[in-house]
Ligand binder design. Structure first.
Ligand code: SF4
Length: 477
């Protein structure tokens, strides 16, 4: 999501007449699109700014530094914007904002930590960027008025062969450890026609693979089918079991409808999506993987913990039984179906028994990959405000090590199933040691010997011949 957001920033600045440079030393303006999931990464941002400032000082340059992304919480810009919009019952027209200085968000807490930042901006306010820079530089940097809304701002699609398409932003789930609902706000879905138009444009420019992005893609469009959405339980009024679907025969979730439309786009080869949640997963979305030929056989969805008690405290709305059912369904349709997940170890109050349950989850689900995080308190979240952080760093590290070892075993076991198979891989790049790397449809990374006749982002048929730690090796046939 951050990567896609950076592409939006890039597009806005390109349209404003600025040019992207590859080295920090060449930059006059730096916009840091930050991640706030760990304190360590926030600290890195400050370190990076210090280095960039020192370099600019050596060069005698007046560097402008802005920060956006999840480190920026509720800011003045956001408040002023909505207040004035409500008052005037007017459009989101930046030119009519009463107080331009409010654009600088000088009330954001980050200014209490450092005085090396010129401006901050919530990523949802990205369309204000050229205006902010115009005020700082005193020069008019163009703003495309078509894009006065985050979801309408186009991405620059840095990688034209594999495009990330944002279909939704924000989140209504409020998991107790997560900052996203506070930084990105409530869930908003983008109109289907707009998404399809953007994908078609990408495909005309050579895109073979698209990834539909959102914080919670399976609830995409819930505001368009209100009768089918259970707003108390945050899930669709349907069951995972196709035989007991309560809706009319023709009724589908808006996300399934979107997938069907995307599947009809000529010359597009692969469809992926991320991220989805187990609590509002439906049978029609799971079965889309097998009914729509362009869908890849891979799903990333977050379990977080196998303990139902802990899931409740995390304000997750699924149980381990829900998750397990979904894994079993996917693997029953395709034993090689790739599944990855997110896990938190050391969440406040996690007992040894609860951790043991998560170990059991690894044994049962045999993940193809997992992002295992040691719990890190984030200011402003319910978990941090009410639960503290009672598991020591050493204990978190021990639990992380155990799961990581189990993950390695499970990845090896899953990869072993791929040996000897003939697979089509989409080449994603060139690696050192004269190797090309590509991905199978079930998201396995495969390395093949370098061949100058093979272009990046070509589809190549390979035979999988060996395993090398986390990845696979093969040869072109
Ligand atoms: S579903 Fe939970 S973890 Fe994911 S973005 Fe929303 S609040 Fe955060």
């Amino acid at each position: 999501m951050n990567y896609a957001d950076s592409e939006k920033i890039n597009m806005i600045l390109l349209q404003g007449g600025l040019r992207k440079v590859l080295e920090c030393a060449e930059a006059d303006i730096i916009v840091l699109n930050t991640c706030s999931v760990r304190q360590k990464w926030e600290d890195r941002v400050y370190g990076y700014i210090r280095e960039a400032r020192a370099l600019a000082k050596e060069q005698g340059k007046n560097l402008i530094v802005g920060v956006t992304g999840c480190m920026i919480r509720k800011t003045g810009l956001h408040k002023k914007f909505y207040e004035s919009e409500r008052k005037r019952k007017a459009t989101k027209n930046i030119e009519r904002m009463q107080n331009e200085n409010s654009l600088f968000n000088s009330d954001d807490k980050i200014f209490g930590v450092t005085d090396t930042i010129d401006f901050t901006m919530r990523i949802e306010d990205v369309h204000y960027l050229t205006k902010i820079l115009s005020i700082i530089t005193g020069e008019e940097i163009g703003n495309d008025s078509k894009w006065n809304d985050y979801l309408q701002v186009k991405q620059s699609q840095d990688n034209p062969w594999s495009a990330n398409i944002i279909i939704q932003t924000g989140c209504d789930n409020f998991c107790s450890f997560c900052i996203v609902p506070y930084t990105r706000g409530r869930e908003i879905s983008r109109p289907q026609e707009e998404i399809l138009k953007e994908i078609k444009e990408c495909v005309q420019n050579g895109t073979k693979e698209i990834t539909l992005l959102g914080q919670n893609v399976n609830s995409y469009g819930k505001e368009t089918k209100k009768k089918l959405w259970n707003s108390e339980e945050f899930k669709w009024n349907t069951s995972l079991d196709a035989s007991s679907i309560k809706w009319g025969k023709e009724e589908k979730t808006p996300f399934r409808e979107l997938l069907e439309w995307v599947n009809t786009i000529q010359w597009l080869d692969r469809i992926r999506f991320t991220s989805s949640n187990p609590h509002d997963m439906t049978h029609d979305i799971l079965s889309a993987h097998f009914e729509l030929p362009k869908m890849c056989h891979y799903l990333h969805f977050a379990l977080q913990s196998w303990s139902n008690e802990l899931l409740k405290i995390m304000n997750r709305k699924h149980t381990f039984e829900d998750f397990r059912l979904q894994v079993e369904y996917l693997r029953s349709r395709d034993p090689l179906f790739g599944i990855s997940t997110d896990i938190i170890v050391g969440f406040p109050g996690e007992t040894e028994e609860q951790f043991q349950e998560t170990i059991r989850a690894f044994e049962i689900c045999e993940f193809d990959f997992a992002f295992i995080a040691r719990y890190s308190p984030r200011r402003g979240t319910r978990a941090t405000d009410t639960l503290g952080d009672d598991i020591s760093m050493n204990e978190k590290a021990r639990r992380w090590d155990i799961l990581n070892t189990l993950l390695y075993k499970s990845v090896r076991k899953r990869n072993e199933l791929m040996l000897g198979r003939t697979e089509e891989i989409l080449i994603i790049g060139e690696e050192k040691d004269e190797q090309l790397v590509g991905r199978t449809r079930n998201f396995k990374e495969v390395y093949i010997p370098y061949d100058k006749k093979i272009q990046a982002w070509e589809l190549v048929t390979v035979k999988i011949t060996e395993m090398d730690r986390w990845v696979l090796k093969g040869e072109q046939i």
